[in-house]
Design a protein around this ligand. Structure first.
Ligand SMILES: N[C@@H](CCC(=O)N[C@@H](CS)C(=O)NCC(=O)O)C(=O)O
Length: 219
């Protein structure tokens, strides 16, 4: 079993954090052909995105599906809440990240350079992001993590994404406030992530890896 994809991707970071929480050894390997766009990699996964998991030559694509595979294949230590409702809550956070938060990062990444910025696009995405914070806070449990006292799937999705937003969005768009510094539920959550050894270590590895990509977005 090996994982293809660089840590600078928040989706790769999600899988790595999930595996670490479960105590699963998940080796990373070079992408076949050297790039997600390479023919060799497209032969393995025509989706052409990272991460993908190679299980004896079988491809499992999509970070969320990879996490669920790890949960099924290595059941000794779970990284989902114990009860059905908690599991649904944790998965909901992960879905909100993928369906509503991720498209905003893509849109704002194209607006990082102030000389090429379209104020209307920024405004539209700022408004969309405010809704995302409402969705997250609404569906998070008591905490301090997304659901309960331990990090689970939802934290693995949201943690790297929020760390990416700190570098990509909150540092570049003065009008878009960082919700993890506003004293609400998302701050409680972020503080918990910082205080948790495994989460903190992963986020501290992820952030400089993503920062290296900022030169590309500033063009
Ligand atoms: N829904 C996918 C998203 C994966 C994704 O968008 N990965 C990006 C990197 S962050 C990618 O591979 N882009 C194609 C490329 O880099 O050429 C997942 O959860 O795994």
């Amino acid at each position: 079993m090996k994982l293809y994809g660089a840590l600078a991707s928040p989706y790769v970071a999600r899988v790595l954090l999930f595996a670490r929480l479960k105590g699963v050894d998940l080796p990373q390997a070079d992408i076949p052909g050297g790039s997600p766009r390479a023919d060799e990699y497209r032969g393995f996964t025509p989706i052409g995105k990272i991460p993908s998991l190679d299980v004896d030559g079988h491809c499992i694509p999509e970070s969320e599906v990879i996490c669920e595979y790890l949960e099924d294949a290595f059941p000794d230590k779970s990284a989902l809440p114990a009860d059905a409702l908690g599991r649904a809550q944790s998965r909901t956070i992960s879905r909100i990240v993928d369906l509503y938060m991720a498209p905003i990062s893509g849109a704002l990444a194209r607006q990082v350079n102030p000389d090429k910025r379209d104020a209307a696009v920024v405004e539209e995405n700022k408004a969309a992001l405010e809704k995302v914070w409402v969705y997250l806070e609404h569906f998070m449990g008591d905490g301090p993590f997304c659901v309960g006292a331990e990090p689970t799937l939802g934290d693995c999705a949201l943690g790297p994404h929020m760390a990416m937003f700190k570098v990509l969005v909150f540092s570049n768009f003065a009008d878009i406030a960082d919700p993890t510094t506003q004293g609400g539920r998302l701050q409680t959550w972020w503080d918990a992530m910082q205080s948790h050894d495994t989460c903190n270590t992963l986020l501290n590895e992820y952030t400089p890896a993503f920062e290296q990509m900022m030169a590309y977005f500033r063009r």
